[in-house]
Design a binder for this molecule. Structure first.
Ligand code: 2IT
Length: 445
C-alpha cells in the first residue's frame, strides 16, 4: 500500500474507531480510486476525499413504542445523510437487530457512489433501527413505524431526503411510515419510494433490485459471449432481492437451486421456479425469518445452520446481508466450478472473498450489481414530481438501459491491460467522478 494512502486510511481509522464495516467500505473505495485521485491536484487541495468520508449529517434518536402486551419498548433510530452533492439524500431504511451506526455509515457511503452510477440525480443516505420485526404482530409493526416517523419526519422531504425500503422494510412498513409522514406534515408528496401502486408507487419497484442484478450478470456474461441459459445459480436470502433475482433468472433460462435464511439453506435440484418463487413471499410475510418450511412443502433438501456456498454452481449471487460470503466460501465455490460471483446484497462479500473472486474468476460489487433498486426509486421520484405513471414496459426498458450503462461505466474505468474488467475499480471510479466534480463546483460546503 502506498504510504500516503496508508496515512489517509490511518486517519480515517482513528477518526472512526470500531466502525469496522464503515472502514471496510471506505478502504475498498480508497484503494480503487487512489491512483486516479492522485492525478488531480485540485481535488487534493480541496480535501475532497477527506470530505467524502465524513457524512454531512447523522441523526440518532430514541424510538419508544408500546407492544401488544402494553409494555413500553425502546429502540434506537438513525438517518445518515451522507452526501447531497448530486441530489437529495436517497437510500433505504433497515430494520434489523444488527443495525448500528457503523453499518449505516457503510451503507450511506456505498449508496452515494451507487446512486451516482445510476446517472440519476440522487445523493446518498441510509437509515434504520435495531428494531427486530421477527415475530411482531401487524399492529406492533405499525406502532413502531409511526413512532419511528414521529421523529424522522422533521429531517426528510421530497427535495431533502427520500427514504425507501431495505432489510426488514417492505411495502407494508413504507405504507405505515408514509401515512404517518403525511399526517404530521399535512401534505402528500413523494417523500418515500417503494410505495404501494395505489398511492404513487412505481411499476417494477418491488422487482427492480433482483431484475437489475440479473440484467447486470447478463451483461457480464455477454462480454464473454455467454448467456444465462442452462446456468445453475446459488442465491442467498429469501426476501425482496432474492425473489426478484429468482424470477428474472428463471425467465432467462437459468436454474436457481438455493435460497437461505438465518436458519439454514434450501437446495432444490429441480430449480426454484413458478409457484415456488411466490412461496418466498409467503415465507417473508409470516414474519418468522425461516426457510425450512420450503423443504417440507416442496420436498427439497434443507441444510440447517449452513450457507449455500458449499454447492457446485455456475454463478453465486449473495442477496441477504453484508459479509455473508467469506474467503472460505469463495474458495469452496471456485473449487467446485463457480465462474462468477455478483453481489446483490450491499458488500455481500468480505474484502478477502472479493479479492479472491476478482483474481481467479469474475466478480462484481454490490454498488454496481444492485443499483437497479435505487434506479427505479429514482424513476418513482420523477413520476411523483411530474404526477404521471409510466407503464411496466417503459420502466423495465429504462431499468435495462441503466444496468447496461452501469456495466459500460465499469468497463470504461475498470478495463485492465489484459482486457479483463476490474469491476470493483470500475464501479468505484465510475461512481466517484460525478460526485467529485459536483462537490468541486459547489465549493467548500
Ligand atoms: O440498498 C439499496 O440500494 C436500497 N435499499 C434501495 C434504496 C432506495 O432508495 O431505493
Amino acid at each position: 500500500m502506498d504510504s500516503k494512502m496508508k496515512a489517509f486510511m490511518d486517519g480515517v481509522r482513528q477518526h472512526n474507531p470500531g466502525e469496522d464495516e464503515f472502514l471496510q467500505a471506505v478502504q475498498e473505495v480508497v484503494e480503487s480510486i487512489w491512483d486516479f485521485y492522485q492525478q488531480n491536484p485540485a481535488w487534493q487541495k480541496a480535501s475532497l476525499l477527506e470530505r467524502m468520508v465524513e457524512p454531512e449529517r447523522v441523526v440518532m434518536f430514541r424510538v419508544p413504542w408500546v407492544d401488544d402486551r402494553g409494555d413500553v419498548k425502546v429502540n434506537r433510530g438513525y438517518r445518515v445523510e451522507f452526501n447531497s452533492a448530486i441530489g437529495p439524500y436517497k437510500g433505504g431504511i433497515r430494520f434489523h437487530s444488527s443495525v448500528n451506526l457503523s453499518g449505516l455509515k457503510f451503507l450511506g457511503f456505498e449508496q452515494t457512489f451507487k446512486n451516482s452510477l445510476t446517472s440519476l440525480p440522487m445523493g446518498g443516505g441510509k437509515g434504520g433501527s435495531d428494531f427486530n420485526p421477527r415475530g411482531k404482530s401487524d399492529m406492533e409493526i405499525m406502532r413502531f413505524c409511526q413512532a419511528f416517523m414521529a421523529e424522522l419526519f422533521r429531517h426528510i422531504g421530497p427535495n431533502t431526503d427520500v427514504p425507501a425500503g431495505d432489510i426488514g422494510v417492505g411495502g407494508r412498513e413504507i405504507g405505515y411510515m408514509f401515512g404517518m409522514y403525511k399526517k404530521l406534515r399535512n401534505e402528500f408528496t413523494g417523500v418515500f419510494t417503494g410505495k404501494g401502486r395505489e398511492y404513487g408507487g412505481s411499476q417494477v419497484r418491488p422487482e427492480a433490485t433482483g431484475f437489475g442484478a440479473i440484467y447486470f450478470v447478463r451483461e457480464m456474461l455477454a462480454l464473454k459471449q455467454d448467456d444465462l441459459k442452462g446456468k445453475t445459480i446459488a442465491l442467498s436470502g429469501f426476501g425482496n432481492v432474492a425473489w426478484g433475482a429468482a424470477l428474472k433468472a428463471t425467465e432467462l433460462g437459468a436454474k436457481v437451486v438455493t435460497i437461505s435464511g438465518p436458519d439454514g439453506y434450501i437446495y432444490d435440484a429441480e430449480g426454484i421456479s413458478g409457484a415456488k418463487i411466490n412461496y418466498m413471499l409467503e415465507l417473508r410475510a409470516s414474519n418468522m425469518d425461516v426457510v425450512a418450511p420450503y423443504a417440507e412443502k416442496f420436498g427439497a433438501q434443507f441444510f440447517p445452520g449452513k450457507k449455500p456456498w458449499e454447492q457446485a454452481v455456475d454463478i453465486a449471487i449473495p442477496c441477504a446481508i453484508q459479509n455473508e460470503l467469506n474467503e472460505n466460501d469463495a474458495r469452496m465455490l471456485i473449487d467446485k466450478g463457480c465462474k462468477l460471483i455478483a453481489e446483490a446484497s450491499n458488500m455481500g462479500c468480505t474484502a478477502e472473498a472479493a479479492t479472491l473472486a476478482a483474481a481467479e474468476i469474475t466478480f462484481a460489487p454490490g454498488k454496481a450489481v444492485n443499483a437497479g433498486g435505487v434506479a427505479v426509486s429514482g424513476l418513482e421520484m420523477s413520476q411523483n414530481n411530474m404526477r404521471i405513471d409510466w407503464t411496466r414496459e417503459e420502466i423495465d426498458a429504462k431499468l435495462q438501459q441503466i444496468m447496461t450503462n452501469i456495466h459500460q461505466t465499469c468497463a470504461r474505468y475498470g478495463k485492465e491491460p489484459s482486457g479483463k474488467i476490474n469491476y470493483i475499480k470500475g464501479a468505484n471510479i465510475g461512481g466517484f467522478v460525478k460526485v467529485a466534480e459536483a462537490m468541486m463546483a459547489q465549493g467548500v460546503v
